[in-house]
Design a protein around this ligand. Structure first.
Ligand SMILES: Nc1ncnc2c1ncn2[C@@H]1O[C@H](COP(=O)(O)OP(=O)(O)OP(=O)(O)O)[C@@H](O)[C@H]1O
Length: 252
């Protein structure tokens, strides 16, 4: 399996006032060991793409294959099990369990999946993200950057085939953001597949490729995305989609 995430002609329509087409036929492979930044104007479908790819949202049509498993028709229990075994999330809101320590958060997916956590490996990954002296802390006792590093340690610990990151650096200062992005790069270099939604051209420059969405469709895949080139592309794309951007702003 060379591409643990495969989307084929994936569309997502939301009903309701007027109806919204969030994804309009997306076909893309995210190859093993790749780090892709998903970019585009506000409302272009970035989060929807990530949610459909992760099986958190069901496409209206088209197919998603995650770690070789077609998601169509899978019930929530099966999807949860698949995610627990193979997928890690690094979201802006950290999604850590507040009552659990760093160690317990990092080992939670293994324990939920019924495996005994590998203590040596867990210690190694917590060290690697620089939290060796914080294993007994709870998320509330950590800074935003440290919490994000816990989420990355959890991705490393589970050896997740795929890590989905949604604005992982949105709430971080520049130096901490850089550390988090370097760790995401390391995940990819270790053979994991990283898909990251971001608005930030500098964050995208850490990825191998930047994928640009407009009106729910992929318009470009840019290899080795330099921050200034990405910023230029985004500026051009934003001018093309005033209505969708306004729609998305109105939802906030
Ligand atoms: N639950 C929903 N119900 C109705 N419309 C939705 C829903 N979620 C998203 N949309 C619409 O789908 C389109 C794509 O939304 P999405 O959140 O994927 O865009 P995005 O590129 O991630 O935007 P942003 O950069 O602002 O976060 C937007 O027009 C949005 O208003």
């Amino acid at each position: 399996m060379n591409s643990p995430v495969q989307l084929r002609d994936v569309a997502k329509r939301y009903s309701g006032a007027g109806g919204v087409t969030a994804l309009a036929g997306v076909t893309v492979d995210f190859p093993k060991g790749s780090f892709t930044a998903v970019m585009g104007p506000s409302g272009s479908g970035k989060s929807t793409l990530l949610h459909c790819a992760a099986g958190l949202d069901e496409p209206s049509s088209g197919t998603v294959t995650l770690v070789g498993v077609p998601l169509a028709g899978k019930d929530e229990t099966a999807l949860t099990r698949l995610r627990r075994e193979h997928v890690a999330f690094v979201f802006q809101s950290y999604n850590l369990m507040p009552a659990l320590t760093v160690w317990q958060n990092v080992t939670l997916p293994a324990r939920l999946a019924g495996h005994r956590p590998d203590r040596d490996w867990t210690r190694q990954v917590i060290e690697r993200v620089g939290l060796g002296d914080r294993v007994r802390h709870r998320p509330g006792q950590l800074s935003g950057g440290q919490q994000q590093r816990v989420a990355i340690a959890r991705a490393l610990a589970t050896r997740a085939a795929v890590t989905f990151a949604d604005e992982p650096t949105g709430a971080l200062d520049t130096a901490t953001a850089r550390e988090v992005l370097l760790l995401l790069q390391q995940l990819a270099h270790a053979g994991q597949t990283v898909v990251m939604v971001t608005h930030d051209p500098v964050a995208a420059s850490y990825a191998d490729n930047a994928l640009f969405l407009v009106d729910g469709q992929i318009v470009e895949l840019l290899p080795n995305p330099a921050a200034d080139v990405v910023a230029d592309r985004l500026a051009g794309l934003a001018q093309r989609t005033p209505s969708r951007a306004a729609d998305s702003e109105a939802r906030r």
